[in-house]
Design a protein around this ligand. Structure first.
Ligand SMILES: [Zn+2]
Length: 166
């Protein structure tokens, strides 16, 4: 691809290779497909411990969402799940490594985790410290550089930072 090519964001999916296994796991995790979280964890190579199942329930039993570790920790407490913040961090990273979550780093010390692992981009609402999806058709990415020798571009993350104006 020439360096100056304009790539509609929606076509990035076709370029980044998505592992079929991951796609299958996502399909099973979708609420309309009747989630079986134990099977989802097993297929992702994670032992379905009680804590992992409880966290997976919080993360994957509804529509796609974005959370950070602190939010998930407080949701777990509300749900009566006894789990330390350190365990939440570990579990989020295990889910990410298994392809069940995508990590979005807003800055060096802050990450959000997205249950939608397909290629898409985000607004970061600075005043509210939250992220939300940018509609796929409303962003175009121009001039993706060639990957360094021996490497391939896996995906492109765009974070558009916004704040309220009054
Ligand atoms: Zn998202």
């Amino acid at each position: 691809m020439p360096r100056t090519a304009i790539v509609p964001a929606k076509n990035l999916n076709k370029q980044a290779k998505i592992k079929p296994m991951t796609a299958q796991i996502r399909a099973e995790a979708h609420p309309s497909r009747g989630p079986c979280l134990m099977a989802v964890l097993r297929m992702a190579g994670l032992r379905p411990t009680r804590q992992r199942l409880a966290l997976a329930e919080l993360l994957f039993s509804g529509p796609h969402r974005h959370v950070n570790a602190e939010q998930l920790h407080s949701e777990a407490e509300t749900a009566g799940v006894s789990v330390s913040l350190a365990t939440i961090y570990n579990s989020l990273h295990q889910f990410r490594q298994a392809g069940l979550l995508r990590e979005i780093s807003v800055d060096a010390s802050r990450s959000y985790f997205d249950t939608d692992t397909t290629d898409h981009h985000h607004f970061f609402v600075e005043d509210e410290q939250r992220i939300e999806d940018i509609p796929t058709d409303s962003i175009r990415i121009a001039g993706i550089p060639d990957a360094p020798e021996g490497m391939a571009v896996t995906h492109v993350d765009v974070i558009v930072r916004v704040k309220k104006v009054s």
